[in-house]
Design a protein around this ligand. Structure first.
Ligand code: FAD
Length: 375
């Protein structure tokens, strides 16, 4: 079976990898737009203390987090060692004991069903600073040992290399669909038509504009995120836990003395790929309040990415009924590095008409949209 995947962020790379491993003939096409979300994402993988109160969101986020160890071992079997995944734990931090009580209770409840949550423990300010030295002295914490962080770029590239090892072909170029008699028959790219039995659209925040010409009104908007990379020279930050204050901000540490602090959530930004003064100010101010010990760190880099945001926070996953062979995997919003590899695996199964382990009805891509008018 010949399958084209459009978009090689985390979702498309995972889809291509799983398809190729199963022996499909795979083409992965990417235009390399500025602002790929995967290349900018912070990389927190910890749905268990999230305040998002939506069961269908949690189902995918939890499955996504639990899928990582399996994926990592598959990639290692394929000879990939630079995957960027680390089981470093997380500290939910606050100066409010009541707030921490609620977080602890949430984590303990979820731990009953999901052993991957790991150990849940209350920490004093001093104990928290032993794990993350720059932390504000007034903050206490709930520690969750099963939390992880992933470098989106490294994982994406490992998946792409893995896909290639299993025979996938990678193309650079802007893809558009070829639809004939209500069936997708292939993709136009670089003046060529690549034919296919099925096409998986993993085009991130760009998906709506891709489908518009066919009268398919999919509701996905770009939401700009600006995120700052700091360096703490001579510090081994490789095993520092993820820091989750009670806001949309966070701090994520990596090897190479790097601490990523983010991020803005700028709805209505369009594809404005700029670093702004207000964006950097917001992110740095919050980071230095939570971790004053970072004041003397080096401002190493600022990244910008466009999160693909759906109208109701749930991803879009499934077939478009009026176009035979067209599969959508999109709208992973602020949780795409958590869910993306797992969703890519589901998308691969959909393309191969395999049975899914999960009911994907809540993620039906056209649940908010005007359906196909004409092709
Ligand atoms: P993308 O990664 O955006 O990839 C889409 C690709 O499609 C692009 O490469 C683009 O070039 C290509 N494309 C589009 N149109 C075409 C076309 N016509 N032809 C060819 N190619 C095309 N998630 C977490 O779980 N944890 C986090 O801590 C986290 N932090 C984040 C922080 C920031 C600042 C941002 C921006 C995001 C964060 N996310 C996080 C969310 C996560 O990064 C995204 O949800 C996820 O990366 C989306 O992946 P994707 O593959 O759907 O889209």
């Amino acid at each position: 079976m010949k399958i084209i995947v459009i978009g090689s962020g985390i979702v498309g790379s995972s889809t291509a990898y799983h398809l190729a491993k199963k022996g499909a003939e795979v083409f992965l096409v990417d235009r390399l737009h500025d602002g790929q979300a995967t290349a900018a994402g912070a990389g927190i993988v910890c749905p268990w203390i999230s305040s998002v109160n939506n069961k269908d969101w949690y189902t995918l986020a939890n499955a996504g987090a639990c899928y990582y160890p399996k994926l990592v071992s598959q990639l290692k079997e394929d000879g990939e060692s630079n995957i960027g995944y680390g089981l470093v734990g997380a500290l939910a931090v606050s100066n409010d004991d009541e707030e921490l009580n609620v977080i602890e209770q949430t984590a303990r409840t979820r731990q009953l069903e999901t052993p991957e949550v790991g150990e849940v423990r209350r920490l004093s300010g001093r104990e928290a600073r032993e794990l993350f030295p720059p932390l504000n002295e007034d903050l206490k914490a709930v520690y969750v040992s099963g939390a992880a962080r992933v470098d989106g770029r490294l994982l994406r590239d490992a998946l792409k290399r893995g896909a290639e090892k299993h025979g996938a072909q990678l193309y650079t170029g802007l893809a558009s669909l070829e639809i004939v008699n209500e069936k997708v028959t292939g993709v136009h790219v670089n003046g060529e038509v690549l034919s296919a039995d099925a096409v998986v659209l993993t085009a991130g925040a760009w998906i709506s504009e891709m489908l518009e010409p066919y009268g398919i009104g999919l509701q996905v908007e770009p939401q700009r995120g600006q995120i700052v990379h700091l360096k703490l020279p001579d510090q081994d930050t490789s095993n520092w836990p993820v820091i989750l204050p009670q806001s949309s901000h966070y701090l994520v540490s990596f090897e190479d003395s790097r601490i990523v602090v983010g991020a803005t959530r700028e709805s209505g930004s369009g594809f404005d790929y700029r670093v702004t003064a207000a964006g950097v100010k917001e992110v740095i101010e919050e980071a230095l309040f939570v971790a004053p010990g970072l004041s003397n760190s080096t401002l190493h880099e600022v990244r910008v990415g466009f999160r693909p945001i759906s109208a109701d926070i749930l991803p879009l996953l499934g077939h478009i009924p009026a176009v035979n062979g067209l599969i959508i995997a999109n709208g992973l919003g602020a949780s795409g590095l958590t869910m993306g590899p797992f969703v890519g695996n589901l998308a691969a199964k959909l393309a191969l008409n395999e049975k899914l382990e999960l009911d994907i009805t809540p993620y039906y891509p056209l649940r908010h949209s005007q359906n196909l008018k004409h092709c």
